[in-house]
Design a protein around this ligand. Structure first.
Ligand code: FAQ
Length: 311
């Protein structure tokens, strides 16, 4: 690659200019963005499954309507993100094939089961809470289409986080059995939520370069710490206990200290060994195959429309 082009590109990034689809960019920048954005898109789409599991069993019509809207938002996020990734030159079919053949990653968090209604509260509160913490800085990521997609995504994620917290609040203030369900959901979702931020900075192969290119604006550990600091007071408000005996305010650092993450579990789930990994991929492949007639119909319609306007 031409050193003059690289220098001009790096100067634009350093000046916080957005890089746009038709601009020159280093191949490695294109590759890592395609990887991150497509993984992000896959996560949104696979992320519809654990919550979809509870749609037919929501405790009231109102809760059902809210959950339905939230899951549809996640589908929308996936679609904007696939569009953003397509502007880098990889087709939707290629990305989906990479997911379905197990080559592409998606967030570890969606490989855990949703056992009861309290899990829907915990996902909104913790998983969407972690997603926002990670995505707010991505509104300033250096690739224009990704940054712009994040603006709407973050607005919608804030509503998702609030609806999750509202479910937790209702359960934590409900009967002793409901409060126990809320605590149990927090116990099971806490550590996987911390893992969403990715490996520790020492073991994160992509962070240093992604920070230099301003793809990532903060590191995995920085974002994880911010999430812990923001979430502890929320758990206190709910009257629930975070399942970490090492969690303690550190006056000197001005942050909470917290216990060690089970990295073996994280890497096993990344490798596709999570509790519901097989079920998730089976559901995605079935949805893709079952939707083949819709894609064929849309193509046929488009061909007819084009033929009509050519005539
Ligand atoms: N799960 O070098 P790093 C949501 C991979 S959206 C699986 O640190 P990087 C909304 C990583 O890809 C949730 N794989 O990588 C919602 C890399 O793979 P490689 C998704 C993970 O990219 C809520 C390798 O490990 N959000 O929840 C994970 O610099 C509720 C080494 O890691 C995004 O995708 C993981 N947790 O940093 C939907 C946000 N962590 O290179 C429904 C955008 C790492 O071997 C319901 N992405 N890996 O192919 C990012 O910010 C970054 O990509 C990170 C990882 C921070 C996830």
């Amino acid at each position: 690659e031409d050193p003059a082009l690289i220098a001009a590109f790096e100067a634009r990034v350093a000046a916080d200019e957005f890089i746009e689809p038709k601009d020159w960019m280093p191949e490695a920048y294109r590759r890592t963005l395609t990887r991150q954005i497509s993984q992000h898109a896959h996560s949104e789409i696979v992320g519809m499954l654990p919550e979809g599991n509870w749609l037919t069993r929501a405790p009231s019509l109102k809760r059902k309507a809210i959950l339905l809207a939230k899951i549809q938002d996640e589908g929308g996020h996936g679609l904007y993100l696939y569009c953003a990734a397509e502007t880098l030159g990889t087709s939707r079919e290629q990305m989906i094939d990479a997911l379905h053949s197990g080559r592409a990653k998606y967030s570890t968090i969606f490989n855990y089961p949703t056992l009861n209604w309290a899990d829907i509260g915990a996902i909104g509160w913790l998983v969407d809470g972690a997603a926002i913490m990670n995505q707010v800085p991505l509104q300033r990521t250096s690739y224009g289409p990704y940054a712009r997609a994040m603006v709407r995504v973050c607005k919608e994620e804030s509503f998702h986080q609030r609806q999750g917290f509202d479910i937790m609040m209702a359960m934590a203030n409900g009967s002793p059995a409901q409060k126990a369900m809320a605590q149990d959901a927090l116990d099971r979702w806490w550590w996987p939520s911390l893992m969403m931020f990715g490996p520790s900075d020492d073991n994160s192969p992509n962070t240093a370069q992604s920070i230099r290119w301003r793809i990532k604006r903060e590191t995995n550990d920085e974002l994880r710490q911010k999430f812990v600091d923001a979430t502890v007071p929320q758990a206190e408000l709910l009257g629930l206990t975070i399942p970490d005996p090492a969690l303690k305010w550190n006056e000197e650092r001005g942050h909470y200290d917290f216990g060690a993450i089970e990295w073996d579990e994280f890497y096993a789930v990344v490798r596709g060994e999570g509790p519901t990994a097989k079920e998730r991929m089976k559901a995605r492949r079935a949805a893709w195959n079952d939707g083949a007639w819709v894609r064929a119909a849309a193509d046929a319609h488009e061909a007819k429309r084009a033929a009509r306007s050519a005539a």
